[in-house]
Design a protein around this ligand. Sequence first.
Ligand SMILES: CC(C)(COP(=O)(O)OP(=O)(O)OC[C@H]1O[C@@H](n2cnc3c(N)ncnc32)[C@H](O)[C@@H]1OP(=O)(O)O)[C@@H](O)C(=O)NCCC(=O)NCCS
Length: 383
Amino acid sequence: MTEKPVINFGLEGIYVDESAISKVDGQNGKLWYRGYTIEDLSEHSNFEEVSYLLVYGKLPNKKEYEEFVKKMKERRELPKEVMDVIKAMAKDSHPMDVMRTAGSMLAMYDKDLNNKEKDATIDKVITLISKLASIAAVTGRFRKGMSYIPPDKSLGHSANFLYMLTGKKPTPTEEKLIDLMFILHAEHSTNASTFSVLVTASTLADIYAATTTGIGTLKGPLHGGADEAALKMMYAIGDPANTEKYIEEALEGKQRIMGFGHRVYKVYDPRAKIVRKYLEERMGQNPSEEVRKLLEIALKAEKLMIDKLGKTKGIWPNIDFFSGPLYRSLGIEGEMFTPIFVASRMSGWGAHVVEYWNNNKLFRPLEWYTGPLDVPYIPIDKR
Ligand SMILES: CC(C)(COP(=O)(O)OP(=O)(O)OC[C@H]1O[C@@H](n2cnc3c(N)ncnc32)[C@H](O)[C@@H]1OP(=O)(O)O)[C@@H](O)C(=O)NCCC(=O)NCCS
């Protein structure tokens, strides 16, 4: 081919696969997991059930649900060597770097590592969903020099995560909120990290290798790292009265406002709407001064951005914008937001790998070469 083809930078607008896992309607601000609306799931379901739904493609009956939950509970403990590595890294590394390394180590304990049969893959996904949450919680404690809190089998997945992280058993409201965040982050079609997971899986590398790729991809501030970056911005604004000045100067300086904009949603992200609703309810529950201020800043920034960029450029709040104040209301610090995203998104990554291996095809797109050809080779002493 000599004529330059149309290049879709960032694969924007390109379909790379077909999938029955989730649908993102970016024009109308809707999201479905396996056909169920995110609003219904976040109100009526829980993370374990949603994970089952994503991975198996249907809601479980009571027996299936109980077996699934039992497996997840039994797999929460981490191997000693993994704990040691977390301890060695936690104080001087970002928790996402710890997650990437410790998550990758889990491959070492899988005696059936390269089995890609559907049932074996699902079993590995259950292990990863269970253990990545423990890795996140343990990392959160060790980075602060705090002691290990063993998992508690009387608690559900998200409540146990919060318990292992904070050492306090959550109230029913706190449990609902952390579980909500796990549900809302569980799946989102071929976003950058899921796509990267699939690229690795398509080589028929093992699922731990694919997951490690996904964790690395999720770290970036244009993707999962936006939640931590949005909180940092709110802290930098400091006082709600400074919001307008800060945002205007940032936009004049061509900076991106983290937690806004999305490749697919050109309207309000439905997940952000849900987080915003629960956050506003939380404000009625006597929040700390810090959380009250953060929400005030967030609401001012939201209004400004919608006026300036929402209606004109289709840049609206995404899920990462209101997550910060909500997590802070649960006592979770900013560096832990993206690790929680990893622990939640494992369900979606896993579901995609199971689906993709059903009909695997190596990913190998093309790039248009713009360099010279047939350049004469000059020996090093003659250059
Ligand atoms: C998510 C994101 C990368 C998607 O971007 P995209 O579809 O590739 O769109 P582009 O980066 O091409 O941006 C299109 C235009 O909108 C602007 N824009 C996009 N997001 C913006 C933001 N958060 N703040 C300010 N301007 C933004 C760009 O500067 C660009 O402006 P221009 O046309 O004048 O050059 C982008 O919106 C972004 O960087 N958001 C902040 C990070 C974030 O919250 N990520 C989490 C997503 S869930």
